[in-house]
Structures are given as C-alpha cells and as structure tokens.
Design a protein around this ligand. Sequence first.
Ligand SMILES: [Zn+2]
Length: 279
Amino acid sequence: MTEQEKRYFEGKKKGFEGEVFFDQVVTEPLECEGLVINDLLLKFNNTYFQIDTTIIFKDTIKLFDVKNFQGEYYYEEGRFYAINGSERDDPLVQLERCVSHFRQLLYSLGYKGTIEAYVVHVNPEFTLFQVPRTYPIIFPSQLNSLRKKLNNNQLKLNDWHRRLADKLISLHIVESPYDLSPAYDFDSLRKGNNCGRCQSFSITLNDRILTCNNCGHQETVESAILRGIGEIKLLFPEMKITVNVVYEWCGGVWSKWVIRNVLKKHFKATGYGKWCFYE
Ligand SMILES: [Zn+2]
C-alpha cells in the first residue's frame, strides 16, 4: 500500500475498533425499550451519510457518531484543532450535516418525534480543551452513565417503530469492499504464515506450535493453515483451493502432506490428482 492508503486503512481500522468498543460498553448491555441499528449508510437527496449507532425509542431517535481519537484537541472560536495547532475536521460539523439529512429522510417516512445526536469519544487517551458544556459530546468518562440514562427509556414501542427500523435497514446501502481495496494479485502478495494476533511475519515453529516472536501469540499448525485458507478465500473468492495454492500461500513452510490432511479434514474434495480442489 502507499503511505496514503496505509493511513486511510489505519484510520478505518481505528474507527471500527472504537465502534466495537462502544457497542460492548453501551449498546449491547442495554436493557431498555429501544431498537439499536448499527452502521447505517443512507442516501437522501443524492447525498450519502453514515450513522454509527441509531437507537429508536418511543418518542425520540438517538444518533451516536463514535470517534476513537487519541491525544489532545481544543476548540477555539468555534473551530476544532489538534494540540499542535492544525485545524481538523470538526466531528460536530459532520454530525450536524448527517443529522440534517437523516431528519429529512425520517420525516419523509412519516416520523414525527424528536432526534437527538451526539459525538461519542471512546478513547480513554482523548482530551478536549475549551469545549462548551452545551456541545453534544459524550466523553469516555460518561459512557457508563450514558448506558444508565438510555436504560431509563422504558416506554413500550409498537409495530410502527419496528416497521420504521425495518425500513431504515432496507434503505441501508451495502458498500462494496472492492471499491476501497488497493489493487493486488496473488503473485505480488507476501507469502508465509503470519501471527494471528499482530500479523507479524516473524514466527518460530516448535513442536507443531507456532510462536510469534513479536507478541508471543501461539497457534497450532492446523489452525495457521486454516487461517491461511481463510485469507485466500477472502482475498481471492474465485480461486480454487488446492494443495499447491495453500502450499504457496503459506510460504512453502508446511509439507504438502500436512496441508492435504488439513484440507481433507475440513473441506470436501472434488476432482482427482493434480486437479483436485477443496470446497
Ligand atoms: Zn504476534
């Protein structure tokens, strides 16, 4: 990947981890009357907008935009800056834009209640200075009380709310992962088993157990081969899984005999000899 692509995907990954964390701490343990919808990508008036978490309550819809920023930031004269003084995209401006489109969409679907929207920061190493307390921002130290407040919503929902949720889900636009992927092909990718936890290629094999030299994570050979097969299937959905393909993908470390045994155990063989592939 180019440096720019790398930064882009690292940003995406960090954002995703933030959303997962928010779900674990706030939305998954909820015990209230509310329909939670994650990660909606919608379109209204030819404009796309994305909402990390939508919760439908009886008279209110709450929207949460989750941020996993790290480090120190500040507001000055209504603008958002990193501590080194460089201006950054203000999450509140993004949120406002998104809410405006979502409100129009909801009203067009007949919704008449209120909409509340918040930017939620989940990273414990995030600090924001000079922020007016009226801004709709939720800080890491407020996540538990947010969950408790949400749990106070006990008004019963009816079919109309469930139909609204179904409608929103049906309007969700499925993003093709291929639009975002950098170009790649089988030959140009690095081969060999890497660590299942930290992705390091620095691995030591001992007694049919792989140990990562970077993070110490351990894995059996069988599990590593299966993970390699999973990678091939994900990256090359059209490719037929054969002993030779897996052998090459794993960097020629395991004998074809070992690979064939793993394939036989977990997949169904089709064809014979050289042309045998596994599904
Ligand atoms: Zn590792």
